[in-house]
Design a protein around this ligand. Sequence first.
Ligand SMILES: [Zn+2]
Length: 223
Amino acid sequence: MQIGPHQVVIERKRTKHLYLKIKNATQVHVSAPRQWPHEDIVAIIESRSDWITEQQQRFAERPELASAPLVDGAMIPYRGRNYRLALRQGASKVTIVDDEIIVQLAQPDDESAVTQRLERWYRSQLKQQISELLLHWQPIMQVQASDFGVRKMKTRWGSCNIRTKKIWLNFDLVKKSPQSLEYVVVHELTHLYERYHNARFYALMDKFLPDWSERRHRLNHNE
Ligand SMILES: [Zn+2]
């Protein structure tokens, strides 16, 4: 059944507690005590909605760079599309030509060297894109992040330190669509107004980015 944004399978069991299990990027499995009223189960799932979404992001992130061998001809994600990886020998550089990402380096057969070179390129591309988004959005939103960084995160797309005003974006966003990246940047900047995901927070998101929930849905369903 559908509860809020979640597809939920409820199983009644001889248990005292309710157990939530995230099966994949779209489905939640719940074991609940036999005697519990249905509304109570729904209420608990609703109250854990943010947590469920975060857990599902882990699944949505797969399959990822780490799992696919980076050999010539492999398909790799960038900005919400798949590109063919072309490995060439030569002076170190990465270029995009049509639907190919061409990685040129001294030892194109060395997979860890390819991984490192590609990650370095991903990181610099993502940083450039984030800088542009900040330049665009900060004057509109009238907030200012003190700094931003990119790092690998297992469970979230971004975070914001309210005290230092520094925002962090997940490295894997480089593989997602520009619309998804923009959504996460605006979300983190909104935290400079409001720390919690409360009504005020969502009202601000509605104002700045009216289609934010659609974008969040796409991001969490790996589109
Ligand atoms: Zn948030």
